[in-house]
Design a protein around this ligand. Structure first.
Ligand SMILES: Cc1ncc(C[n+]2csc(CCOP(=O)(O)OP(=O)(O)O)c2C)c(N)n1
Ligand SMILES: [Mg+2]
Length: 581
């Protein structure tokens, strides 16, 4: 690495250094706060992986396939703020595209680097493997154009600007980006800035910020029943602390939607619960829908966050987003969420006591499993898990009856990870690898069904390989119970092959110290829950295929009406798993 001082006629000398394209890319990713990269090697990215190994810039976490790696990167980014994924041309990139699209849908910043065919082959028209071999060059870059905020194919001439543009776009917009690194340029020297990359949002326009905070503070100060509704952008833009600061100062209630569960600490006195249109507790629905000044943070009404579109926010709701705000007729651009919130906190008066009316948390003790010898039910299962939780846990909840985890009351400082909007089953197993890597000193609990687990089960081997110690709660109910609530209660398409799930830790890492349990009764579960967390714990709980939490049944039943319409097959006899009479 050669250091050159570039003399400028104005200002101090700006230092540049000579580095290879690949080393500069890895350095910038590291400077952006990313310590690990997930992915699978391939001949078009091996040269970059060699640079990664030689320089030690990032720690490599090889996954079993690129889909799992993309989920892992997503989970890592949720805890770390940004993640890196390295795949190979087309075959790797397209395997990962579902996970990257999920990151877009859920506003998770992931830098996807695809080691791609050499520039030489493009310039000379040489047809390479992992392509359509039909002369096309841009198909995969275009495909990623649909699922990322920015894309670039690096050349030695654009590498410096494009690498910084893409990393900053991912971080500022909280969205994934896609970067193709042709395999023959990673070792070429280029001139790069010596100074580290600075991650910062562009500062707000000062007049817009002043007017915007004054407008919001004015509305809030005059309101009789102000309230805040929080969606996931509050987490992605790091605004949870400021939101709690505002709620505390004004003593107003803060509700979240399901996609933002635990973004506001559930033990926070002003926390009011999960708003979901008609499915909300009545007092919460009233607090939100009749508020005379509702401040919504990044709210995106979708079926799952709007009680199937029954949500009805007050007409004058103030909408604050990452980079813009709507207050009545006025739209404010060039303002950032954090600066707006901080300005509002300063401007509003100290509130008088308006306590949030949260429903009382259940008081299940760890051993509260009901009748010990009875067959385990979903109800007893979730009661016992409620008692198992402790402050600081990271919970990862899969689609399926594991949705019941949304109903858990979380102790202080817990994190809740789920892919509620994108909802690609199997996500959580890959994501768990990422959350474990990002926060190895916390306890991670995965709640997953047998059907979902079968999509990405191999990643358990990577967790064992790295000696990670999560607790995996797997519900073995012979198939897709949540789908039985939508359609096909007894249909074969909702059945799956029976696996010996609890044997898998031994299969994936012979001689493992992991503790496996097969749980059939409440007493078995109680026993499994007393195991110390000094190794991976795998708890396979066998439950009835027709046993599902009430919310999952009602959600499926009404989802079927929404999906299939009045003439759909759900109206035939016994087609859906319905609530017990
Ligand atoms: C990639 C993908 N394929 C299919 C689906 C549809 N789907 C949603 S939930 C589900 C079944 C989940 O079954 P399981 O994990 O066993 O949960 P449980 O039986 O506890 O409900 C399926 C197939 C999906 N969401 N994502
Ligand atoms: Mg199942």
């Amino acid at each position: 690495m050669t250091v050159t001082a570039e003399r400028s006629t104005v200002g101090p000398a700006r230092e540049s250094v000579t580095m290879t394209v690949g080393e500069f890319l890895l350095r910038r990713i590291r400077e952006a706060g990313v310590g690990h990269a997930f992915g699978v090697p391939g001949d078009f990215n091996l040269e970059l992986l060699q640079q990664l190994e030689d320089t030690g810039t990032l720690e490599w976490i090889g996954a079993c396939n690129e889909l799992n790696a993309s989920y892992a990167a997503d989970g890592y980014a949720r805890l770390n703020g940004l993640a890196a994924l390295i795949v190979t041309n087309a075959v790797g990139a397209l395997s990962a595209i579902n996970g990257v699209a999920g990151s877009y849908s859920e506003h998770v910043p992931v830098i996807c680097v695809c080691g791609s065919i050499p520039l030489r082959s493009m310039e000379r028209g040489l047809e390479m493997h992992h392509t359509m071999a039909d002369g096309t060059r841009d198909r995969f870059l275009s495909a990623y154009g649909q699922v990322t905020a920015a894309q670039a194919r690096l050349t030695p001439y654009n590498a410096v600007t494009e690498i910084d543009r893409l990393i900053l776009t991912a971080w500022r917009d909280k969205l994934p980006v896609y970067l193709e690194l042709p395999s023959d340029i990673a070792y070429l020297d280029i001139e790069v800035p010596a100074a580290p990359l600075v991650l910062a949002q562009p500062p707000s326009d000062s007049e817009r910020l002043r007017s915007c905070t004054a407008a919001i503070a004015g509305r809030l100060s005059e309101a009789r029943s102000p309230a805040i509704l929080v969606d996931l952008d509050a987490d992605r833009f790091g605004a949870a602390g400021d939101i709690m600061g505002l709620a505390e100062k004004m003593q107003l209630p803060v509700a979240v939607v399901a996609t933002a569960k635990a973004v506001i600490d559930e033990t926070f006195p002003q926390y009011a619960g999960i708003y979901n249109g008609k499915a909300s507790p009545p007092h919460l629905r009233e607090a939100i829908e009749t508020s005379d000044c509702l401040l919504s943070i990044g709210y995106r009404p979708i079926d799952l966050t709007s009680g199937d579109f029954t949500a009805c926010l007050p007409a004058g709701t103030i909408h604050v987003r990452g980079h813009s705000v709507d207050v009545g007729e006025d739209n404010y651009q060039a303002v950032t969420l954090q600066e707006v919130l901080r300005g509002v906190i300063e401007a509003v008066p100290q509130g008088t006591n308006r306590p949030a009316r949260q429903s009382a948390p259940p008081t299940a003790a760890m051993g509260d499993c009901g009748d010990g010898s009875a067959k385990l039910t979903q109800a007893a299962y979730w009661r016992a898990i409620q008692g198992y939780l402790r402050a600081g846990d990271v919970l990862i909840a899969e689609d399926g009856t594991s949705y019941a985890a949304y109903g858990l009351h979380l102790p202080r400082n817990c994190t809740f990870v789920s892919q509620a909007i994108w909802g690609s089953i199997g996500y959580t197993v890959g994501s768990l690898l990422g959350t474990l890597t990002a926060a190895p000193n916390r306890r991670h609990l995965l709640f997953v069904g047998d059907g979902s687990f079968q999509l990405t089960a191999q990643e358990l081997s990577t967790m064992l390989r790295h000696d990670y110690k999560p607790v995996i709660f797997l519900i073995n109910n012979g198939g897709y119970t949540i789908e039985r609530c939508w359609l096909g209660k007894t249909a074969h398409y909702n059945d799956i092959a029976t696996w010996a799930y609890a044997d898998l830790p031994e299969v994936f890492r012979p001689g493992t110290t992991a503790r496996s349990f097969v749980v059939r009764t409440a007493a078995d579960l109680h026993n499994a829950l007393s195991a110390p967390n000094d190794t991976l714990i795998f708890i396979e709980s066998i439950m009835d295929p027709y046993d599902a939490p009430a919310g999952v049944i009602s959600g499926g039943n009404s989802g079927a009406d929404l999906d299939y319409g009045p003439r759909g097959p759900q109206h035939r006899d016994n087609m859906l798993l319905r609530p017990a009479p």
